[in-house]
Design a protein around this ligand. Sequence first.
Ligand SMILES: [Zn+2]
Length: 280
Amino acid sequence: MQEPTDAAARRAVKPVICYPVETLPQPDLTRYAGFRDRAIKLSEVLVPPREAGTFRVPAGGFFCISSVEGAQVGDLNLWHADDLSERFYSGKTRALHGTHVTSGQRLWSCFPALRPMATIVADTLGWYGKDAFGGSVHDVIGTRCDPYTHNLLSGGQYHHCCHSNLTRALADATGMALHEAEGHVHDVLNVFMCTGFTRDTGQYFMKASPVRPGDYLEFFAEIPLLGALSACPGGDCSTVHSSDQAQCHPLLIEVFATPADVLGDWTSPPPNGYDRRHGR
Ligand SMILES: [Zn+2]
């Protein structure tokens, strides 16, 4: 294809950040640290390999996802505990914070609420940064491994992709029928997963996660949350997913509540202020 004569000049135009975050309301991490010091453990769930587990976190509480036994990545879904239509919006979180998230960044909910659901308060893999391949940890790029894409690319029926694991877990937690629950499963935060885009073809890549037993990612719950976490059949995602070939390990979720007298006048962030008239 013939390039226009000013092709080089057009390519040389400098990019601008789509969503500068200077005006985003910033989390008060010092205040959250004070809450965490006084928080009380409520429960824990050990998610078996190639399965998902669910958990509920009160507003103002915390949940912590830990690596135990061996390197393993997890696919996380979040909903408002009392209204499943408000759920994690991975695409907008990516637009605001970039392809990977770490301490001080937030997981945002879908329209029309578009508010912080959870704020990351601790990340023991925060040291990783970006590697020479452009890879980093905890992405909001990947959607979730699922049996439909697997069927499209490889044929066959595989029932322990994260999509199906999350579907079964949500159905069990809510009493919903399987196919009703499936409609609530959404694009995930890939906890501990190391991913990026190849420089030449722009393709989504994964590589062995740097996570080791003892590493954890901890969140402050900005609103009451129902969460589901799948221990991905990809294991540490060094080779393949959507099969039983990879070595997999459990993931531990611990939930903490902050006592009301410690929370004091803290309140959940309100839903977004747009009036929803859409020009009418
Ligand atoms: Zn998966």
